[in-house]
Design a binder for this molecule. Structure first.
Ligand code: PRE
Ligand code: MN
Length: 351
């Protein structure tokens, strides 16, 4: 082999030169990528690619035939585009690459995303003063700091209970003040953000509204903590882009909520995507809460799934609790009664 050692040295030298050129090229590609992001342009530019190929072929001195030159350069363009897309992902404000340390959402003395996992609990819907008061009194005694309760209910059927609406907000306010608890409740429309914010300590954006970009922008303009629920058909990338809508408006107080995705399985209401928890924690700095009730829709699975969520790294769990689930106006099958909640909380505290 000694006889072409010289030629191989020459190849090595050319490799280094090409490597150097490719790296310099990638530096420029990265700069173009940054400008494209600023303008909202797509990374892929087929017209630019064909122009470059045309110019290259005009100058092709051989011996490689045109097809080979096209193939080699297309590979470079492809790699450049993927590189730009990766950098775009990393430049998202919700990304862990953008901000390394965990975001802690702090409301009074409650810190979500730091220390022991939280339990958010309360009825699916606010139904009456008695129902809410009784539940809050019990949960307060159990050490729960954040009370949930829907005043506006986005229901699958327009004929199902739509919530007490303004009356529900009033009841939440009354009970929250009485027990000194924090309240999370859902906001469905842009025009209600202000009104709901007067009562809520955390605004919930429901799964059905994860793609409602105008609503996301609206809550992004406030400083109110927002819990964004993953839509049941959303990829994690889409989920994080929705969170980006909120953070890009200036609101960094975002909590992500995994609440199950729709699969072929019928023995659970949704399938709890446990792997979403560590993935979201790797990809993003935002805290992650798991909605135990809506993910499976089964109270008999609540404790097991709650423990699994904590084991997977969740910053907390949310669960529906009702004094008498059998007569609940919504989600009766999945709400826990007080006894069941006590057992659930006990298991979560030990997890
Ligand atoms: C580049 C990358 C991807 C595009 O599809 C076209 C060209 C390239 O590698 O040359 C650079 C670039 O982003 C651009 O010129 O728009
Ligand atoms: Mn519910």
């Amino acid at each position: 082999m000694g006889e072409f050692e010289d030629l191989r040295q020459e190849i090595d030298e050319l490799n280094f030169q090409m490597l150097d050129l490719l790296s310099r090229r990638a530096g420029i590609v990265s700069e173009i990528g940054r400008l494209k992001r600023e303008k909202g342009y797509d990374e892929y530019d087929p017209a630019r690619e064909s122009t470059m190929l045309k110019r290259l072929l005009e100058k092709n001195p051989g011996p490689f035939p045109d097809e080979i030159i096209i193939k080699l350069f297309k590979e470079i363009f492809q790699a450049s585009m993927v590189f730009q897309q990766e950098e775009k992902k990393e430049s998202l404000k919700v990304s862990r690459k953008y901000k390394e340390e965990d975001t802690v959402v702090k409301i009074d003395d409650v810190e979500i995303g730091k220390g022991r996992p939280h339990i958010i609990a309360g009825p699916c819907s606010v139904e009456s003063l008695e129902q809410l008061d009784e539940t809050a009194a019990f949960l307060k005694k159990e050490g729960v700091r954040i009370l949930r309760g829907g005043a506006y209910k986005p229901r699958t059927s327009p004929y199902s209970f739509q919530g007490l609406r303004e009356k529900g907000l009033e009841l939440l306010k009354e009970v929250k003040e009485k027990y000194g608890m924090l309240v999370i409740t859902e906001v469905l429309r842009c025009q209600d953000v202000e009104k709901v914010s007067e009562v809520a300590d955390i605004l919930q954006i429901g799964a059905r509204n994860m793609y409602n970009y105008e609503l996301l922008k609206e809550v992004g303009l406030t400083k109110k903590p927002v819990m964004l629920k993953r839509a049941f058909m959303a990829t994690l990338e889409e989920f994080l882009f929705s969170a980006e809508y909120i953070i890009s408006g200036g609101n960094h107080n975002i909590i992500l909520c995994e609440r199950g995705i729709r699969t072929f399985e019928r023995w659970t209401r949704n399938t709890l995507d446990i792997s979403a928890i560590p993935i979201l924690k790797i990809e993003s700095h935002l805290p992650v809460i798991v909605d135990i009730s809506h993910s499976t829709g089964r109270r008999d699975l609540a404790t097991t799934m709650g423990k699994a969520a904590i084991a997977a790294g969740a910053d907390g769990v949310m669960v529906e609790v009702h004094p008498n689930p059998a007569v609940a106006l919504s989600d009766g099958d999945q709400q826990l009664n007080f006894q069941q909640f006590s057992e659930f909380a006990e298991a979560i505290k030990k997890a």
